[in-house]
Design a protein around this ligand. Structure first.
Ligand code: PLP
Length: 427
């Protein structure tokens, strides 16, 4: 297929007629397919079913003799912290194990910082006029929802012309305004672009000057072991880098086993400096007497060590890679030389970020919905749900079977083409 922009208006009109017919046939199929959220499939959840039998009757003591059935142990089981310490690159003593959601750790960290000064900080964020966070875009909608809930202004940071993280702009903004208290950051196989931070960029984030004395990076390492190929990308150890840069309290690291074991019944992690960890522990001590240590114990028994985690992740990769390959194949085959779309191909993670012709993302999503293919709402990869160019769509192919990914993607590319032709004809 030729570049759409090179077509005459007669050719475009002919193409529109063809696409409309194709779309009507697709819609008549009455499909109900969903590419909205990065959920593991039931097959992936089955890989960890052994957890349902663990820790086993009479098996309730941790390595240090702790009775996991009882109260206490806010910091989390030492054996589980040891397993995840090399994977999250945080010393085990500086890692906390929480219950089933890292998002709740992020939420609570922001909430506590709103209400109580952070180490090194002199004010509560709630007392700051218009506190703000830097948000590299496109990004993760649930990060943005946390800011929205607490009235934290979000400052989008667009990628550079070449699609790289705009680290100069992040440095400039952080240094220029003491209202800027944080940075949302997914360092590896990010949601949605799959991008990974370079060593040099991580060093700059660790060392940069921030106008706020309590500026924090929310380093959401949600996809630390979620490879899709044999090329296992490694990121720089940010806790260590911050320490070396003389800013040990600069970062909070988050992670979880939501996409390792059970998305709804895993364990989560928070890693940081000793001072930040003490601050956090002090606050959660008032809301809980301790986490679910039985779940922590069965995770430690099931995963065994860091290698055990990597082995399990290979099974996930084998399951997910064909779905991601299908998405890439269909995008390349159908949109490859049309000049109306660009997309990412990542070494890991759960998403493909698709950029369609400017001003058509909402229309593509509407057309897809009418034809029975649910996509993440337009704008959701941007703060306040506002994509200024109305062009980004996040595709999440993990949950449906490969055959459904195939059908759904055929529908998506059809909608991308139809919306583009309509737009071009409108001038
Ligand atoms: C970047 C990112 N962080 C966090 C989460 C959610 O993590 P959890 O299940 O541990 O709450 C997701 C889920 O999609 C995610 O993409």
């Amino acid at each position: 297929m030729d570049e759409f922009s090179a077509l005459s208006s007669e050719a475009l009109q002919g193409l529109r007629e063809e696409l409309r017919k194709e779309y009507a046939r697709f819609r008549e199929r009455g499909l109900k397919l969903d590419l909205t959220r990065g959920k593991p499939s039931a097959e992936q959840l089955d890989f960890s079913n052994e957890l349902l039998e663990l820790p086993g009757a009479g098996e309730y003591r941790a390595a240090d003799g702790t009775d996991c059935r009882n109260y206490g142990g806010l910091h989390g089981l030492a054996e589980l912290r040891e397993i995840f310490s090399p994977l999250l690159q945080v010393p085990a003593a500086q890692l906390l194990v929480g219950d089933n959601s890292s998002l709740s750790l992020m939420h609570d960290t922001v909430m506590h910082a709103m209400l109580f000064p952070l180490p090194g900080g002199s004010t509560r964020w709630v007392d700051v006029e218009r506190p703000a966070f830097l948000c590299p875009v496109p990004g993760y909608d649930r990060h943005f929802s946390i800011c929205e809930k607490f009235g934290i202004e979000m400052i989008p940071v667009e990628p550079t012309e070449s699609g790289q993280l705009d680290i100069d702009e992040i440095e400039r903004l952080a240094a220029s305004d003491a209202r800027i208290k944080g940075l949302w950051f997914v360092p590896k196989y990010s949601n949605p672009t799959g991008s990974t931070v370079s060593v040099r960029q991580a060093e700059r984030l660790a060392a940069m000057t921030a106008a706020a004395d309590d500026f924090r990076i929310f380093w959401d390492d949600a996809y630390s072991v979620h490879h899709l190929t044999d090329h296992h990308v490694i990121v720089a150890p940010i806790v260590e880098l911050c320490e070396q840069a003389g800013q040990p309290d600069r970062v909070f690291v988050f992670g979880s086993t939501s996409k390792v074991t059970f998305a709804g019944a895993g364990v989560s992690f928070l890693g940081s400096s000793p001072a930040n960890l003490q601050w956090y522990l002090g606050h959660i001590a008032k809301r809980t007497i301790g986490p679910d240590k039985v779940n922590q114990l069965r995770h430690a028994r099931f995963l065994k060590d860091a290698e055990g985690v990597q082995k399990l992740m290979e099974r996930h990769r084998d399951n997910l890679a064909p779905k991601f390959a299908k998405v890439q194949d269909i995008l390349a085959e159908e949109l490859g030389d049309t000049g109306i779309a660009g997309w990412t191909e990542a070494f890991g993670g759960y998403f493909v970020s698709l950029d369609v012709l400017d001003g058509t993302a909402a229309e593509v999503i509407r057309l897809a919905k009418e034809a029975g293919v649910a996509l993440t709402p337009a704008g959701s990869t941007y703060p306040y749900g506002k994509d200024p160019r109305d062009r980004n769509i996040r595709l999440a192919p993990s949950f449906p079977p490969v055959a459904d990914v195939d059908t759904a993607m055929r529908g998506v590319v059809l909608c991308v083409k139809l919306a583009a032709v309509q737009k071009l004809l409108e001038g």
